[in-house]
Write a protein that binds this ligand. Structure first.
Ligand SMILES: Nc1nc2c(ncn2[C@@H]2O[C@H](COP(=O)(O)OP(=O)(O)OP(=O)(O)O)[C@@H](O)[C@H]2O)c(=O)[nH]1
Length: 394
């Protein structure tokens, strides 16, 4: 998961090669598509009290050879609602700062090395630009930031802290327009959130964390186990359902994903659920048949509610680096992505990828994840992120 840059990587040539020459998709194991559909055992739609105890549809799920990844949840389930919010901002800030520490210490160290007792000249600006590109901020953003730093300061002494302040202000400028909360329209029942992304990007975990958030706001939530490919994903979602008091609609592993989504839409409508979150199998953006399956899922959703899905969340794993840009492009085209969640910012020294994605697509960033725990996912705030990533205090 950790993608520390190779120390011997040449500067400019290496970046261009990294950006344009590498087969990024080869890094992610493609999902093998289920060859035949298992006999479909539609889960009996559970009784759905809006905020009552969990009713998980009982299904026989063959266990994967390895034990399923069990989500790490810190609190017991009954603390999701009405959780005392003592200093939530400070606690999140600390987690954000810790989570981004790989990136911020790399950037911070680089800036200190570059600017201690040195005047701002062409060479230092060029080295700073390289440093920003290494943190995956993208060539254009790196160029813009160095240009902004050079203005009025060229040939003068500049302290590392001043550089950090300018850097954070410029990053904030890029991020501010995309920092939008995910707003649930109460007029929709259910408000349908479709969650898409490549394998292992953190979709199921993110769904669990979102369910916990919505439940804490007093909303009723239902989960649709649309990742019918992976038995462990179904199990994982059921655990999240149990912990958050959200009924889970699931079928056997290998079932038709569009059929499952149909069941889930109907069940959520019948129950008048506030929010339905639909998981999907991870798929590589270059596998056309899997992308076609996603289109089918969308058609089924729209057949039941022409206005749905109301949110299509693309979950991006920050550790996949520049490949995230291709994912946004392709999933945007196929699934009509309306917002982004970036996970695993704690696992990379190149957290600047979020800035590159924001600058290139301008899509709303709703949440960021900096760990596996339920409180390691929070709404995205431009200023906090911009300060934390360059190692400044709150
Ligand atoms: N460190 C870290 N790990 C995370 C974060 N978000 C998710 N994970 C972990 O990433 C792994 C994959 O997450 P999943 O939620 O199973 O990913 P998925 O996209 O549903 O995977 P597929 O079903 O294979 O497509 C799990 O071990 C999660 O705990 C994060 O923000 N930080």
């Amino acid at each position: 998961m950790v993608d520390e840059p190779k120390p011997s990587e040449p500067k400019k040539a290496g970046f261009l090669k990294r950006l344009f020459g590498r087969d990024e998709t080869a890094e992610i194991a493609p999902p093998s598509h289920p060859t035949g559909e298992a006999a479909v055992q539609p889960a009996a739609a559970p009784a759905l009290p809006p905020a009552g105890p969990i009713e998980v549809a009982p299904i026989a799920v063959p266990l994967a050879p390895q034990p399923p990844a069990v989500p790490h949840v810190r609190e017991p389930k009954n603390e999701f609602r009405n959780e005392p919010k003592s200093e939530p901002k400070k606690k999140w800030w600390q987690r954000l700062k810790d989570g981004l520490s790989r990136t911020s210490s790399k950037l911070g160290r680089g800036i200190t090395d570059l600017f201690t007792k040195r005047k701002l000249d062409g060479a230092t600006l060029e080295e700073l630009e390289d440093l920003l590109i290494q943190a995956d901020l993208g060539i254009d953003t790196a160029a813009r930031i160095t240009e902004a730093l050079g203005k009025g300061r060229f040939g003068k002494d500049i302290a590392p802290d001043e550089v950090r302040a300018v850097l954070s202000a410029e990053i904030e400028k890029v991020l501010e327009p995309v920092a939008h909360p995910l707003v649930v329209d109460a007029a929709k029942a259910p408000f349908v959130v479709l969650v898409v992304g490549v394998n292992g990007s953190g979709k199921t975990t993110t769904i669990g964390k979102l369910a916990a958030k919505f439940r804490a706001e007093g909303k009723s939530v239902m989960l649709g186990a649309g990742d019918t490919f992976r038995a462990a994903a179904i199990e994982q979602l059921k655990i999240w359902g149990e912990r958050t008091g959200s009924p889970v609609i699931a079928r056997e592993q290998g079932s038709d994903a569009a059929g499952l989504v149909f069941d889930a839409m109907k069940a959520a409508q019948d129950a008048g659920t506030d929010v339905l979150i639909l998981d999907t199998a991870g798929r590589l953006q270059n596998k056309t048949e899997l992308m076609a399956e996603l289109e089918k899922v969308l058609r089924v959703i729209r057949k039941i509610d022409a206005s749905a899905p109301h949110s299509v969340l693309l979950v991006l794993d920050a550790t996949t680096g520049q490949n995230a840009l291709t994912q946004v492009e392709v999933f945007g085209r196929t699934a009509g992505v309306t917002g982004l969640v970036m996970t695993k910012l704690d696992g990379t020294a190149r957290g600047g990828i979020l800035v590159a994605v924001a600058a290139k697509f301008g899509l709303p960033v709703h949440f960021i994840g900096v760990g596996e725990g339920v409180d390691d996912l929070e709404p995205f705030a431009a200023k906090d992120f911009a300060r934390a990533i360059v190692g400044l205090d709150e």
